[in-house]
Design a protein around this ligand. Structure first.
Ligand SMILES: [Zn+2]
Length: 257
């Protein structure tokens, strides 16, 4: 790790190692509905570097072909990516499927239905963990997650608290392979390593919850050449770094199907 893109992260990992601490990393990919070439590409990368994958699947669109593609892949867990990935935001609000203006009972019903769909398709691989589309869900619905049979939540940026509601563990992602507001172009490797180092430093100094695993966010259907190259470089380097651990999503969320 002497090349420039790695310098800041390498230095931060050395600080953790000096403290006798091993930071946890994890990989989440969003928007899966079907078995596609780009999904194959992602699965191949994860298999090559033996990285556990948390695949956030949209229940309303999920196909039998996707379930068949994932069958037997023990290092792939399925998270619940909302219900239909429909935007219900009104006015100038940011995109959200679980917008504050919607009735809680309706949204809770969608979560229950989505959970049943994923359990039916993916069996034990489907974890009771909600990855809300656009990483947005209001506090009212978070308080209902346990009632909907969900015990995990994952959004974006450092979590405020470990348990945002009774019986619900939150673990977010912290760096994004796509720069959505910059023409949806792929993030450069240096941007990702800098972002990872920033979350590790925040955890080390107490500015962020040290127990939260540091998450990389991917979108296999929307990644350009740069994003794929960056993901490959990250996994190739970080998968075998003895200073890092890659716990499974089951371990991170303490969630069993
Ligand atoms: Zn999404």
């Amino acid at each position: 790790m002497s090349e420039t893109p790695w310098r800041v992260l390498d230095a931060e990992l050395e600080r953790w190692a000096a403290l006798g601490l091993t930071p946890q990393f994890w990989l989440r990919d969003d928007d899966a509905v079907d078995a596609t070439d780009s999904l194959d590409r992602l699965l191949s990368l994860c298999a090559k570097y033996r990285i556990p994958l948390a695949l956030a699947v949209i229940p309303a669109g999920a196909t039998v072909q996707l379930a068949q593609r994932l069958q037997g892949l023990e290092d792939v867990s399925v998270l619940q990516h909302g219900f239909a990935h429909a935007n219900h935001a009104v006015g100038g609000e940011k995109k959200s499927e679980f917008a504050e203006n919607r009735p809680l009972d309706v949204m809770t019903g969608e979560l229950v239905q989505g959970r049943a769909t994923l359990s039916g398709l993916f069996g034990d691989a489907a974890l009771p963990v909600l990855a809300p589309p656009w990483n947005r869900v209001g506090a009212g619905l978070v308080a209902r997650l346990a009632d909907a049979g969900l015990s995990g939540l994952t959004r974006y940026k450092a979590r405020a608290v470990h348990q945002p509601a009774p019986g619900v563990v939150e673990n977010n992602t912290h760096v994004d392979l796509i720069r959505w507001r910059d023409g949806r172009t792929g993030a450069a490797l240096a941007d990702m390593t800098t972002g990872l180092a920033a979350h590790l430093a925040a955890k080390r100094t107490g500015a962020a919850d040290a127990q939260e695993a540091t998450g990389i966010l991917a979108h296999h259907l929307a990644m350009d050449r740069t994003a794929w190259a960056t993901l490959k470089a990250l996994l190739a380097k970080l998968a075998t770094d003895p200073r890092i651990s890659w716990p499974s999503p089951v371990a991170i969320f303490g969630a069993k199907a």
